[in-house]
Design a protein. Structure first.
Lengths: 138, 115
């Protein structure tokens, strides 16, 4: 393992949203990860981070780089997702009007993650939280 | 087309001060950040009426050439400071997003493709 980090993400803190994704990008840049992979990981970490801020009661993002792959795992404590198929549908969102006014809540977060990761897995328990794992082959 | 060419042709004002010039590879206008994440690529010029911290975060993550705020919409000082920190070129124009897109297109800037 080259890097293994865990970053906490606070709920509702819009001013810091994106900070974890920026730190992860800096790690990748330093290690010379190809820009096309860096872009896809950045899209996924940012979407995951925003989801934790907007929808959860707080959580964490685990980030690992090994020789041949990058793992991003976003886990939260929160309301969970009752219908994952619906949540994966482009355009479907439960975001508040307040964050929609900021340009979030387009219902593209989970589809963007699935499209950009080589492997995407999501599980969720209503009333407990959501766990998303994404793998990117180097 | 370079950012400085666009600044000159459009009459836009750079809010972040002197910058290292860079080529604009493509352009996109949208105010929904997840659409921008889905479509964004390095060296893109992004036109948006959103002017908050997360716009700078998105532009930095995807290494955009510049962010252009239309219709001289207000941009608060902390946003400009954050853009400077992240080396994001932030332009402001009194033109509408539509007019700015026309200028980019007339000068050969291609639309951003979906990533």
């Amino acid at each position: 393992m080259i890097i293994k980090e865990t970053y906490p993400v606070k709920a509702d803190d819009m001013t810091c949203a994106g900070d974890v994704s920026a730190r992860i990008k800096r790690h990748m840049k330093r290690l010379g990860i190809p820009s096309s992979i860096m872009r896809r990981v950045s899209v996924c970490t940012y979407e995951a981070e925003i989801n934790l801020v907007i929808h959860s009661d707080g959580g964490q993002i685990d980030f690992e780089i090994s020789e041949d792959r990058i793992l991003v795992r976003a886990r939260d404590v929160g309301p969970g997702i009752p219908d994952i198929d619906k949540a994966m549908t482009e355009g479907w969102s439960t975001a508040s009007n307040e964050v929609r006014n900021m340009g979030f809540g387009a219902g593209m977060g989970l589809p963007n993650m699935k499209r950009n990761a080589d492997d995407f897995h999501i599980s969720s328990v209503v009333g407990e939280g959501t766990d998303i794992s994404m793998i990117f082959n180097i | 087309m370079k950012v400085s060419d666009f600044e000159r042709i459009s009459g836009a004002k750079c809010l972040t001060g002197p910058y290292e010039d860079r080529e604009i590879a493509c352009g996109y206008t949208c105010d929904l950040l997840s659409h921008v994440m889905g479509r964004g690529q390095a060296d893109m010029a992004w036109i948006t009426v959103q002017a908050h911290m997360n716009v700078i975060a998105v532009a930095a993550l995807l290494d955009f050439a510049c962010v252009i705020i239309p219709e001289s919409l207000p941009v608060e000082a902390p946003i400009v400071a954050k853009a400077k920190d992240e080396d994001i070129i932030l332009l402001s124009s009194d033109r509408t997003a539509y007019e700015l897109v026309m200028l980019l297109a007339e000068n050969g800037v291609a639309p951003a493709k979906k990533g």
